[in-house]
Design a protein around this ligand. Structure first.
Ligand SMILES: O=C(O)COP(=O)(O)O
Ligand SMILES: [Mg+2]
Length: 227
């Protein structure tokens, strides 16, 4: 495994760069309250984040991570999704913060000449306002959300799009993420992956999905890239 040839680092967003669950959970519960549905704790909602806003709303309405599509009340979903999205747009960065070492490490990686992109399953329109609020927008030359392309992670499409955008090959790219979607997308794109152990991943240990490397602190990325 050679990480010294990496040129492009593709970052996941939620659970990797930022802990956004406090704001996501507040908006989920705001929606559930409006719909007279049962509310959930932050710890429960954390395990539902990772497949984008639509799936998060469906999980909240069914109270299940692994719901069947026919269990979703279509009427409540159609009412609930815009309530959730509007609420989240207002809250975006009230209680969302960068994980330890993120800003310093991004600055270091920039100085070392790495190209950096974000590929998230969040709706595209939320990415830049959050980056700006947290003061890290300058580090990323490409931002892709769940709705930017035809498919989202675990599809390889957004990763390959980023690779082509920066005119790199698979060996020159690495995906850094917290969830199995990030690892599977990297595998599908034939890229290495670095998993952070502190993120969400549906409450499961990320090692099950066999990323190329697992790190406990964001700053550890550098020591793996420079070997
Ligand atoms: O489901 C989400 O909104 C989170 O997406 P991300 O972990 O791909 O950033
Ligand atoms: Mg994530």
């Amino acid at each position: 495994m050679k990480f010294s040839e990496k040129k492009l680092i593709i970052f996941d967003f939620d659970g990797t760069l930022i802990d956004s669950v406090p704001d996501l959970a507040a908006s989920v519960n705001f929606m559930l309250k409006k719909l007279n549905k049962k509310l959930y704790s932050i710890d429960e909602i954390r395990e539902w984040v990772g497949n984008g806003a639509q799936t998060l709303v469906k999980r909240a309405l069914t109270g299940k991570k692994d719901f069947q599509e026919e269990e979703v009340n279509k009427n409540l979903y159609e009412q609930g999704l815009p309530i959730f999205l509007e609420s989240y747009e207002e809250k975006l960065c009230e209680h969302t913060y960068l994980y330890e070492g993120v800003k310093e490490t991004l600055e270091d990686l920039k100085q070392r000449g790495y190209k950096m992109a974000i590929v998230t399953n969040k709706p595209y329109k939320f990415i830049l306002p959050i980056l700006e609020a947290l003061g890290i927008e300058e580090y990323f030359e490409l931002l892709l959300g769940a709705d930017s392309l035809a498919s989202k992670k675990p599809s390889a499409e957004p990763l390959l799009h980023a690779m082509n955008h920066f005119e790199c090959n698979e060996k020159e790219c690495v995906m850094v993420g917290d969830s199995k979607n990030d690892i599977i997308a990297a595998n599908n794109a034939n890229m290495h992956s670095i998993a952070v152990s502190y993120g969400y991943n549906y409450g499961e240990d990320i090692s099950v999905h066999q990323p190329s490397i697992i790190i406990e602190n964001f700053a550890d990325i550098i020591k793996h890239l420079e070997v």
